[in-house]
Design a protein around this ligand. Structure first.
Ligand code: ZN
Length: 346
């Protein structure tokens, strides 16, 4: 593995390739083939079928992405030597004092009531943590940037070092939990196990992720996104200029403004010349991405004419920088001081 980068933690970063082909196997007929990202976009729109049996994505038994047989994460002895990645809006992940209720609004608190809040906090704290490839962590961030309540929050990228002596359930399993990956830790990692390994079907499809408890983590390196000391992207100045010009332009007659305009979905209808420019920019800035990430990246760059041009560029950079310049972002994470994660149980 000499071609991989190593650091003082002696962790191995796997190379990133967002455009790589993925291996698949058809659950209906067993046909195996590798496809490029654009094939999967067409597949999800019923524009492709299994070349073996003609089944499309609407069938329960259909083509599924499978992990690569030479993935180093399949080797138990290599798992603790690899870097693992996670993204979160929490600055102190994985905190022993994780309290999701701290972010509830007063209105949400009133609606839920204290007993329900206590139950919800308990279930949130009992959930397994997930770590995976750099690509899967970034893809997960894109999905959450688009959704309330995390849209608009700053995201942190974590480079995770596992304990050297973690016990791993043999084999590679199906993704546990619901589509959000929510699963109680005790369900996937009973007391004698630290790590449950699974094949990712949603983010960086076909990559291997791990469900684990806080106690399986030795240390983390933390990085706020976007990384500010990386050179500004080439598009920044032009984007600021275009938004500044647009901000001097009056909205077209009949365009909804004020609170009504804010209710509109991003990209659906734009409500001001600035929003129109932002919409054009985000399409231009994401057009080169692989089809499997393009939509998620576009949706993560929200249209918000109330932001200054610089604020909007910073938001767009937080989305685009990890995709366009993974080497620089990984290097910045690698250079961060490790924080030891306590093994005290919750
Ligand atoms: Zn088939």
């Amino acid at each position: 593995m000499s071609q991989f980068e190593q650091d003082s933690l002696q962790l191995t970063d796997r190379p990133v390739n967002l455009y790589r082909d993925r291996s698949t196997r058809c659950a209906a007929c067993g046909h195996e083939q590798r496809f490029d990202p654009e094939w999967f976009v067409r597949w999800e729109c019923q524009g492709e079928v299994c070349p073996g049996c003609g089944v499309d994505c609407t069938e329960e038994k259909a083509t599924r992405v499978i992990c690569e047989p030479d993935d180093p994460a399949l080797d138990d002895s290599l798992v603790p030597k690899l870097s693992w990645w996670h993204t979160s809006t929490y600055e102190d992940w994985p905190s022993p004092d994780f309290n999701p209720a701290a972010r509830l609004t007063d209105l949400a608190r009133q609606r839920m009531g204290e007993p329900m809040i206590a139950r919800w906090v308990g279930s949130q704290r009992a959930k397994a943590l997930h770590v995976g490839t750099y690509e899967s962590a970034i893809h997960n961030m894109l999905r959450r940037m688009r959704d309330q309540p995390e849209a608009g929050r700053r995201f942190f990228l974590y480079r995770v070092q596992l304990r050297a002596d973690v016990t791993i359930l043999g084999g590679c399993h199906e993704e546990p939990g619901d589509w959000l990956g929510d699963v109680p830790l005790t369900k996937v990692c009973p007391s004698e196990l630290d790590v449950f390994r699974y094949e990712n079907q949603h983010e960086d499809k076909g990559s291997i992720s791990l469900a684990l408890g806080r106690g399986a983590i030795q240390s983390v390196q933390q990085l706020a996104l976007p990384v500010e000391d990386v050179e500004r992207p080439a598009w920044w100045t032009d984007a600021v200029d275009r938004m500044s010009v647009a901000s001097q332009t009056l909205p077209a007659p009949g365009t909804p403004v004020g609170p009504l305009a804010q209710l509109r979905r991003p990209g659906w209808a734009v409500s001001s010349p600035v929003a129109e420019v932002q919409n054009d920019l985000r399409m231009e800035l994401t057009s080169h991405l692989p089809g499997t990430l393009r939509g998620a990246a576009e949706a993560a760059i929200r249209i918000d004419a109330t932001l200054t041009p610089t604020e909007w560029c910073s938001l767009a950079a937080a989305v685009l920088q990890p995709l366009n310049d993974p080497a620089a972002v990984m290097q910045a994470a690698r250079a961060s001081a490790p924080r030891t994660v306590s093994t005290e149980s919750l």
